[in-house]
Design a binder for this molecule. Structure first.
Ligand code: 8ID
Ligand code: ZN
Length: 354
């Protein structure tokens, strides 16, 4: 193993000791990378709603325990294993949701690596970025150009990548309209920006005036407040020039209702892309409408390494500017409390030095 001399033995981390939480801010040992891994001094990490799902045990997939969460970690390589040749000490890299995959199964062969049955998930099945030093498989860490700000790029590593991929999966073309459900959240705010950069118009759906103002400032043409609008379905249709509804719907919300509702306002021959992962939720759509209106309903799950590089490159070119607030890593539980209450417009990023 090669490493720079300044790697300490101990570090600060936020540790989940049992499902349900809370996170516990404490000192733990700095891990040692294996031969195909790098050790990253994490400077900033975005806080994704997935991290809250992980702590709460919301999904039918067990986490490791105790667990260090986090999967939007941006930092600097400080050590690397013997087999690592293409990542240098001092490089800027990112910990993303997919920490590693087998690289040889039929999914990995065709770059569908998020479908790999042996995928390692950061902050879920392996420790993630809510610590000062995290491990990533060298083949999978996101390559971050040196001119990027590590705090501003961190939400791109999951939120940005995921919505960029979902927009591609939606098949929407420049000039068409896409409804973003949950537009005021972390993924949503980035979805508005990626759509804008791709020449796609957005109809934002979320709750409250603060989120509405943010969505408009980010460039969304319309904002529909689901908490005050009597007929959301009609309002979405009315926001399209011919009243037939948007070409695609990207559902990022953390509740089941909007997943069912999307089929009522999506345009005929349009696509519903499911991204949000509410606990115990099911999809239901009328078979008759789905058939005669030729509606496509699909899921989209993060993105591959190429999608990651492309999403970061949109950011590098200055096309993506979504709001975020920075707080110390020690304040992570407060961020989770705000997130649970639905009170976060945009993203929170934690600074691991505080
Ligand atoms: O690869 C994936 N598929 C992937 C990647 C990353 C995250 C999936 N996710 C999942 C997360 O696990 C989470 O379930 O996407 C979901 C959204 O993550 P987030 O953007 O980090 O969450 P947030 O910041 O809390 O935003 C959610 C927004 O949804 C709104 C809330 O007001 C909030 O702004 N919302 C809800 I809850 N119900 C709504 C409704 N009925 C709604 N907006 C419109 N209509
Ligand atoms: Zn995430």
């Amino acid at each position: 193993m090669f490493n720079s001399t300044e790697v300490p033995k101990e570090q600060w981390a936020q540790v989940i000791e049992k499902t349900g939480g809370p996170v516990n801010y404490k000192k733990i040992p700095v891990p040692t990378p294996g031969s195909d891994e790098v050790l990253i001094n994490i400077k900033y990490s975005g806080v994704c709603h997935t991290d809250l799902h992980a702590m709460n045990g919301d999904w039918p997939l067990p986490t490791k325990m105790p667990l260090v969460g986090g999967h939007e970690g941006a930092g600097i390589v400080v050590a690397r294993g013997d087999l690592v040749k293409d990542v240098e000490l001092g490089d800027y890299v990112g910990i993303k949701w997919l920490n590693g995959s087998c690289l040889s199964c039929s999914y990995c062969q065709q770059a569908d690596e998020s479908l790999c049955p042996d995928a390692l998930l950061s902050g879920y099945t392996v420790d993630g970025s809510f610590q000062q030093y995290a491990i990533g498989k060298a083949a999978h860490v996101a390559r971050i150009p040196k001119e990027c700000s590590l705090e501003a790029v961190s939400p791109i590593l999951c939120a940005g990548l995921t919505v960029y991929k979902a927009l591609k999966e939606s098949g929407a073309r420049p000039g068409q309209q896409v409804a973003i459900v949950g537009a005021g959240g972390g993924l949503g705010s980035l979805a508005i920006q990626y759509a804008k950069a791709m020449g796609i118009h957005t109809i934002s759906i979320d709750g409250g005036e603060e989120k509405g103002q943010m969505c408009r400032e980010l460039g969304s043409e319309d904002y529909i407040d689901f908490t005050t609008t009597k007929n959301v379905v009609q309002a979405v249709k009315n926001a399209t020039p011919d009243g037939f509804g948007p070409q695609a719907v990207i559902v990022l919300a953390v509740s089941e209702g909007p997943f069912q509702q999307a089929s009522e306002y999506v345009r005929s021959h349009g696509t519903i892309v499911c991204v949000g992962l509410p606990a115990n939720a099911y999809l239901k759509a009328p078979v008759f409408d789905t058939v005669v209106r030729m509606i496509q309903i699909k899921g989209s799950y993060v993105g591959n390494r190429r999608d990651t590089a492309e999403a970061i490159d949109f950011f590098r070119r200055g096309l993506i500017k979504a709001p975020y607030k920075v707080v110390g890593l020690s304040k992570l539980q407060e961020v989770f409390d705000l997130m649970k209450a639905g009170k976060i417009a945009g993203r929170y990023v934690v600074d691991t030095s505080k």
